[in-house]
Design a protein around this ligand. Structure first.
Ligand code: ZN
Ligand code: ZN
Length: 498
């Protein structure tokens, strides 16, 4: 402990308001030096955790020349909270999840101690180190909750994902080694998804964040598929997936804790997540308890997506397509998505409908700037998204609409009351039929998809061009293969503009 004095004298900067705007700067920075005199000793680095802290992230960097090695661990005011030795340069702890090696749980305010162990520092050596401590508190989010950090892919493009599945942390099950039906370990579900070639998944256990820690453990191994923490918020009036929450969201709508659906929606927004209404057209009541979406007062401005297709319910009145289209016709702007709602990773990829859907069928294909959680969530918000009903790895549906020189992809807006040209690029659906939909109704303008790499065009007269349009692709029996998201035609703005 020779160098404690040096340490306390080291710069200890508590970030002010300016740093809150600059997310990369930690709330506390401690710098110091490890010398040969620290060889095989422990050093304590105290730091104060403020009231109301929801997550702590600690980073350590040091000069590794001369083979200096620094181990890391941490105590809260009362107990030991974990150890990562020399294997990690950062960790995060929150009530619901923590870096492997660390204990999730309450984050008491007060004096915490980072423990630095020094298994090796050569005589006469000097190694500078820098520690950053960041906090999430109400209103400020400086700690990184990232499960995948940095992005798994940094190129813009189409990314294929399944946004709805369950494992042992709720009601997912599979066969044990002994052949019994058991609550299915999270890694089986994640492995089944990776085996189908998906780019991303959201694991959405009912009303819990208990699987978040497991995702944190699995992500470095599944380094070709992004793992998005999700929760299926399961209420008596409907189910909604939330993607990317930084914390638990109370699901008890109709109690003092969550008086109404608007209160739930505010809590979701405060958690940093986006909300998607699940299987909205399923029946409710004793047939399927709380399955359909029946909440009055839903604020659709705070809804990002509708699960238009859930599992094998791809068509007909129980599919969510009609519910989604009805909301679009009311003027709401909502992305349509498709997901398996898989509860058993043993379901074979080719399992025919109406049997249970395997992980990865159907899938949602999102145009995103990168393969990272923020980029995929932004892609869903932007709505350049299509639904691949059979869960292929190859089908593409790109749509671009034009009004004069103005262009819009799915999710974007063109001025209405103009002549609109619509182009679709359809890959790997030769022999299918592609139809133009206007305000939820097929226009009757259909094209055969003549090749595996087809470009199709339609036009809309100025008199028709208000509301929204979409392109869908169906097989010869009328079953949906690809469902496009809307291009919006804004007739309120068109007069004002010119
Ligand atoms: Zn559900
Ligand atoms: Zn579900």
């Amino acid at each position: 402990m020779l160098h404690r004095a040096t340490l306390f004298a080291a710069a200890l900067a508590i970030a002010g308001a300016a740093a809150e705007a600059e997310q990369s700067r930690p709330d506390i920075r401690v710098t110091g030096e490890i010398t040969g005199a620290d060889h095989q000793t422990y050093r304590e680095v105290p730091f104060d955790v403020p009231e109301g802290t929801e997550r702590i992230t600690v980073t350590l960097s040091y000069d590794k020349a001369n083979r200096t090695v620094v181990d890391m661990g941490v105590w809260d005011p009362a107990r030991f909270r974990g150890w990562s030795g020399g294997t990690r340069d950062r960790f995060t702890i929150a009530p619901g999840d923590a870096t492997p090696g660390y204990l999730a749980g309450a984050l008491p305010a007060g004096h915490w101690k980072l423990l630095l162990g020094v298994p090796n520092a050569r005589a006469g050596s000097r190694a500078a180190y820098s520690i950053g401590v960041s906090f999430d508190r109400a209103g400020t989010r400086n700690a990184s909750a990232a499960i995948a950090d940095p992005p798994l892919g940094d190129a813009p493009g189409w990314y294929r994902g399944d946004l709805h599945m369950h494992d042992a942390h709720s009601d997912g099950s599979c066969r044990s080694r002994g052949g019994r039906k058991i609550p299915c370990p999270l890694f089986r579900t994640v492995a089944a998804a990776a085996d189908t070639g998906l780019d991303f998944i959201a694991v959405t256990d009912h009303n819990t964040t208990a699987h978040f820690g497991g995702l944190r453990e699995l992500q470095p191994y599944f380094d070709t598929m992004l793992l998005i923490p999700g929760i299926e918020v399961t209420t008596f009036g409907g189910h909604a997936n939330i993607f990317g929450p930084a914390r638990f969201v109370d699901f008890r709508v109709g109690t003092a804790a969550v008086p109404d659906i608007a209160a739930l929606q505010r809590a979701v927004a405060a958690s940093g997540a986006i909300l998607s209404i699940n299987h909205p057209a399923l029946p409710s009541g004793e047939q399927c308890m709380g399955c359909g979406w029946t909440w009055p007062g839903t604020d659709y401005r705070a809804v990002t997506a509708i699960e238009a297709i859930n599992g094998t319910t791809t068509d007909g009145p129980l599919a969510g397509l009609g519910f989604w289209y009805a909301r679009l016709n009311e003027g709401h702007r909502l992305a349509g998505i498709a997901a398996s709602d898989n509860h058993d990773p043993d379901v074979a990829p080719g399992n025919p409908p109406p049997g249970p859907a395997p992980v990865g069928r159907p899938r949602t294909v999102v145009h995103a700037d990168a393969l990272s959680i923020p980029a995929i969530l932004d892609g869903l918000r932007a709505g350049n998204v299509f639904l691949d009903i059979e869960g292929t790895s190859t089908r593409i549906l790109e749509v671009e609409a034009m009004a004069g020189r103005q262009r819009a992809a799915m999710g974007e807006t063109l001025p209405g009351r103009r002549r609109i040209t619509i182009g679709a690029h359809v890959i790997d659906a030769a022999g299918a039929l592609s139809e133009l939909v206007l305000n939820g109704q097929p226009t009757g303008a259909r094209h055969e998809v003549s090749s595996g790499n087809a470009r199709l065009t339609w036009t809309l007269d100025a008199g028709q061009a208000c509301g929204w349009l979409a392109v869908n692709v169906r097989d010869g029996r009328g079953k949906p293969l690809l469902i496009g998201n809307p291009v919006y035609l804004d007739c309120s703005a068109s007069r004002a503009r010119r």
